[in-house]
Design a protein around this ligand. Structure first.
Ligand code: SF4
Length: 448
């Protein structure tokens, strides 16, 4: 009988995508995937270091897995992702029952590391940064009409609160031709929308050919059959005029951008080493809205960053009102060991939590207004999957990244449709199916 593998992943879309690669790689190595960790012969944890108390969460889950291993001797445990990269060999000191430690850039080596573990009879560790080696693996097959394509890995910005440059290494970009080849294959397999992934996609470069991220977007616009392109995450200081122009000129670009601001205070942005002011951020947003009227904006905020005063926080609240975000993620600051901000004097936890609650109230009100403004409008929706609550309905996303549930005719799933938005609910929209949309980007009308 084939050995079984259970893969658990934490954190961002890049980690989800890496987890799909891991499953594929291990299935090609003879494993069968299981959803039941207690019956697995190999347990793989793909960790994330971005959230609070990341290492504690990892060690607590490993404690559960240790019991599975004790019940079934011979079970192997592999830990990858950003916490593994950060901890390296130290992870084994706290969890000596772990068999393999690998990093985000060495995931393609997991079968070799498992073989080394079996051969040598001791744990195998490789958290090096070999660049883009993992992209030599065939990408995971698409599971619907929308797919992720990683275009770069790592980050060279070193924002003072962020662990990514230390766990994923410096920014390294795939070539334009590698990205185009992967996208063409996905389209041939039925994909209609791709989301380009990277920690800072605006820093994408094909140095050999002298292409920047705007060039990549223009090249993707030429791929026949590709109906929509999204990308995440953008950095306000690296978002070029060329990318903004692409929003004006390329109907294939979804009218949506996630542009993390983190704070509305110039003093805090300076401490964070973000490389822009609040006024510069607003100017980028205005330029985007001139290029693509109606573009939906998402953002991230950190509240209670060390040194944040009530005045600084008030500037974050003011920014929410003046910009008006459609979507937002917001967190109370918590230190990541090894980052420059980690040693700074913290804002008292109760103060940070109270500020977070106030900010989230404003963000939720702004998001509600954005959803309500869509009621009565006609939107182009990619019908991506059956709706979670059944009733034979389907769920899809508007160009502005709003989820819509609706009844659709047989065979509509997987394609674009014109949909009338009929109601705004707590987190989603309801819609009425109007007509299919020809799957050519030129057919997706730009807002006027
Ligand atoms: S740009 Fe993003 S990924 Fe890079 S260091 Fe800053 S927060 Fe981290």
């Amino acid at each position: 009988m084939s050995p079984r593998v259970y893969v658990e992943t934490q954190g961002c879309q890049m980690n989800d995508h890496d987890a799909d690669r891991l499953r594929d790689l291990l299935e090609a190595d003879g494993y069968l995937s299981t959803t039941r960790p207690e019956e697995a012969d190999l347990l793989v944890l793909n960790t994330c270091a971005v959230r609070e108390k990341a290492a504690e969460k990892v060690f607590s889950l490993l404690g559960v897995w240790r019991a599975f291993k004790e019940a079934h001797p011979g079970t192997l445990i592999a830990v990858g992702g950003c916490v593994a990269s950060q901890e390296g060999e130290d992870l084994l000191a706290r969890a000596p029952f772990v068999d393999v430690v690998f990093g985000p850039q060495t995931l393609a080596r997991l079968p070799e590391l498992l073989a080394e573990r079996r051969r040598a009879g001791r744990p195998a560790v490789d958290v090096s940064f070999p660049g883009l080696e993992k992209f030599a693996l065939a990408p995971p097959p698409p599971s619907g009409p929308s797919a992720y394509v990683t275009v770069m890995e790592g980050c060279s910005r070193y924002c003072s609160f962020c662990i990514v440059p230390y766990t994923r290494g410096a920014a390294a970009s795939r070539t334009l031709s590698a990205v185009l080849t992967e996208v063409r294959r996905l389209v041939a397999a039925g994909v209609r929308e791709v989301t380009l992934l990277g920690q800072n996609v605006d820093a994408w470069r094909d140095a050999g050919e002298g292409f920047d991220f705007a060039d990549l977007l223009y090249a993707l616009a030429e791929v026949p059959g590709l109906g929509r392109v999204r990308f995440t995450t953008s950095h306000p200081a690296d978002l070029t005029d060329g990318v903004i122009r692409a929003f004006a000129e390329l109907p294939v670009l979804a009218p949506h951008l996630h542009l993390p601001v983190q704070s509305g205070s110039d003093r805090i942005l300076g401490l964070m080493k973000r490389g822009y002011t609040a006024a510069e951020y607003r100017a980028r947003v205005e330029a985007l809205r001139r290029a693509r009227p109606g573009i939906a904006l998402g953002t991230d905020f950190i509240v209670g960053y060390p040194g944040e005063t009530e005045e600084d926080f008030a500037e974050s609240l003011a920014l929410v009102e003046t910009v008006g975000f459609d979507h937002a993620f917001s967190f109370a600051y918590s230190p990541r060991p090894g980052t420059p901000a980690a040693g700074a004097d913290p804002v008292p936890e109760a103060v940070a939590r109270a500020r977070l609650a106030r900010l989230q109230e404003r963000l939720e009100a702004a998001a509600r207004r954005a959803r309500e403004a869509l009621v009565g409008r006609e939107e182009t929706v990619l019908l991506e999957r059956p709706a979670r609550r059944g009733r034979g309905e389907v769920a899809g996303r508007t160009g502005g990244h709003h989820w819509v549930n609706l009844a659709a005719p047989p065979g509509a799933l997987g394609g674009f449709a014109r949909v009338r938005i009929t109601a705004a609910l707590t987190n989603t929209l309801r819609g009425r199916y109007l007509a299919p949309v020809a799957e050519s980007p030129a057919a997706i009308a730009l807002p006027t």
